[in-house]
Write a protein that binds this ligand. Structure first.
Ligand code: HSE
Length: 398
């Protein structure tokens, strides 16, 4: 019998317990032994199926040598960071879905895991149930990764889909996403792009092999997005999606950011709806590879966590090192990145042309919506200074 502990019994922790119970036979067949949840760390005891397993004392888990893997589903940094360090130091493998902790302290926790000859795995931290970190670090290991880009937040994609498809209000769509267990404890992290930002940092760390400090990464969410721009974009053959992007720049530097984009409707990312995420990886040998699936929710996220638990127990201790150094060299401001830009201004086509030269008009209806030629974010901001800008987004150019 292999014993594990779960820290926290929210959406993800509860999902992990469910998957371990419901898929017990398949898991046992693959591990050669049954897998059992021995303890669940909670702050407040609650009645329910796991009441007998609950403890509010982490040292009971830390000191129990029969517990080989700890699944951290507390979220945030403070307690999660302390318990993760203690569990790794005690020689236990740790698995997590906690993107904030991995994005901020991953380099340090991976180094500790390596010293202790245990695993710190976090497939569920990006893309929910989609296998993307393992393919990036293992199946694509022969490539130089030049870009990672995708829809990385299920809540905002769900909200956008509901607003566009059914005309739902933002607040109603957010409430639905919360009820379905997609949103963070504080949904501001979803709506303002922080959650997607943490995920693009993790992807960039793994893709480029250097820590990217989330504080350096510009993160813009969907709270300022107007349905008017979404409709104008749609009529012109684009979809609006919140994207995280990490790119290797021509001069050798790297950049990353999160912002809403216009995406040409023939790009596969444009058709990704509801809670689904998609991650596109561009390698210099493989070209473009795309991963697609449910990016949030109890069972998809638990699927990734439990698979990581099984990998900890099966993998050889010599498994490839997926750590990255803390040094944060070579990060460049994404304002240097060239793309076409969408603008909606209070003004005429003449005003637009004076600022940008030739533009592609999408709508002239009192206001003017248009696309510029490819230019850097810095130039887009500089050239639009004289205009009354109502909306500005980048276009995802192929
Ligand atoms: N709140 C996150 C999302 C959960 O909506 O994508 C999965 O990381």
């Amino acid at each position: 019998m292999i014993q594990i502990a779960i820290l926290g019994l929210g959406t993800v922790g509860g999902g992990v317990a469910k998957v371990v119970a419901e898929n017990a036979k398949q898991i046992e067949r693959k591990l050669g032994e049954p897998l059992q949840v021995k303890a669940v760390l909670v702050r407040h005891f609650k009645d329910g199926p796991y009441r007998q397993l609950m403890t509010d004392d982490f040292s009971k888990i830390e000191e129990d040598d029969s517990i080989r893997v700890v699944v951290e589903t507390i979220g945030g940094v403070d307690a999660a960071y302390t318990y993760t360090k203690r569990a790794l130091s005690a020689g236990k493998h740790v698995v997590t879905a906690n993107k904030q902790l991995v994005a901020e302290r991953g380099f340090e926790l991976l180094a500790l895991a390596k010293r202790k000859n245990v695993h710190y795995l976090f497939e569920a931290s990006v893309g929910g149930g989609i296998p993307v970190l393992h393919p990036l670090t293992q199946c694509l290991a022969a490539n130089r990764i030049d870009e990672v880009c995708g829809i990385l937040n299920g809540t905002t994609n769900y909200i956008l889909t509901r607003m566009v498809r059914t005309g739902a209000f933002f607040s109603d769509a957010l409430r639905e996403a919360q009820a379905k267990g997609y949103a963070e404890a504080d949904p501001t992290a979803d709506v303002e792009g922080l959650d997607a930002g943490r995920k693009i940092c993790i992807l960039a760390d793994l893709a480029f092999g250097h820590q990217i400090d989330p504080k350096q990464v510009p993160m813009e969410g969907i709270s300022k997005l107007s349905l008017r721009d979404v409709k104008i974009a749609q009529r012109a053959g684009y979809r609006v999606k919140l994207l995280g992007r990490a790119l290797r720049l021509p001069g050798g530097g790297r950049t990353a950011y999160v912002a809403p984009h216009l995406i040409p409707e023939d790009n596969p990312i444009a058709g990704v709806e509801d809670v689904f995420n998609a991650v596109l990886i561009r390698g210099n040998a493989v070209g473009e590879v795309m991963f697609y699936g449910r990016g949030a929710g109890e069972l998809p996220t638990a699927s990734a966590c439990v698979s990581d638990v099984m990998e900890c127990l099966q993998a050889s201790p010599k498994r490839e090192d997926t750590g990255w150094p803390a040094a944060d060299e070579g990060f460049e401001d994404p304002a240097e990145l060239h793309t076409r830009h969408y603008f909606r201004i209070e003004g005429s086509l003449t005003d637009a042309a004076m600022a940008f030269g030739q533009v592609e008009v999408l709508s002239e209806d009192g206001e003017t919506a248009f696309l510029t030629d490819s230019l850097s974010g810095r130039d887009a901001a500089r050239q639009s200074r004289s205009l009354n800008v109502l909306a500005c987004m980048r276009v995802l150019d192929g």
